[in-house]
Design a protein around this ligand. Sequence first.
Ligand code: AP5
Ligand code: ZN
Length: 214
Amino acid sequence: KRLILIGPPGSGKGTQSPIIKDEYCLCHLATGDMLRAAVSAKTPLGIKAKEAMDKGELVSDDLVVGIIDEAMKKPSCQKGFILDGFPRTVVQAEKLDEMLKKQGAKVDKVLNFAIDDAILEERITGRWLHPSSGRTYHTKFAPPKTPGVDDVTGEPLIQRKDDTAAVLKSRLEAFHKQTEPVIGYYSQKGIVANLQAEKPPKEVTVEVQKVLSS
Ligand code: AP5
Ligand code: ZN
């Protein structure tokens, strides 16, 4: 299966991805995670992306399309993938279609994490992240066994630099302006499934499983 997860910051894309990934043995490509790794390693890509990310603005289409083009060549991504955080503009969606067409493939399903903006601030400001695995926790909704420590590895958790109420405002603005049209793009193709993303994590997982098995 070739899946796309679309939703505003904090809607649960990164929370559901690992579950879907394990269940369907797909490769998981999260452009935000890849960009954050590049920023902390100070690669040329990371240096170019940092300023926009810190402000909660989108990184240029060319940069992210380049990352995805490279990542999708991996043998593990040939049979299927989950894209989390890509495409985020209509230009990115068109480029993705072009890339897949060359392989005789297409996007199967777009999961739209529908949620009210008002819920997102609490989710974002309470988030803790284990950077190397991508595992996320929340002080209230999904606390780790020991505060500040990853359950699996015992390594420290971090908070994302863009996870403040102020930067969230710009991220939401970018979502409504630039990413919502992408949902329209895929609706025309009849492949969008709407999820009620304000439900508790396990219930969202059940909704995802229903869509994917239908
Ligand atoms: P990215 O990393 O993609 O951030 P985002 O889209 O803002 O999404 P988040 O990771 O914040 O949300 P999520 O849906 O994954 O939430 P999560 O599951 O963790 O992008 C970051 C930046 O990179 C962008 O701003 C941009 O600059 C750049 N970028 C990335 N891709 C790009 C692209 N294609 N083009 C251009 N620029 C790009 O959940 C959040 C919290 O809520 C967690 O603490 C979790 O435990 C909790 N939670 C999750 N689900 C529930 C639930 N059902 N109930 C209660 N709590 C929940
Ligand atoms: Zn995420």
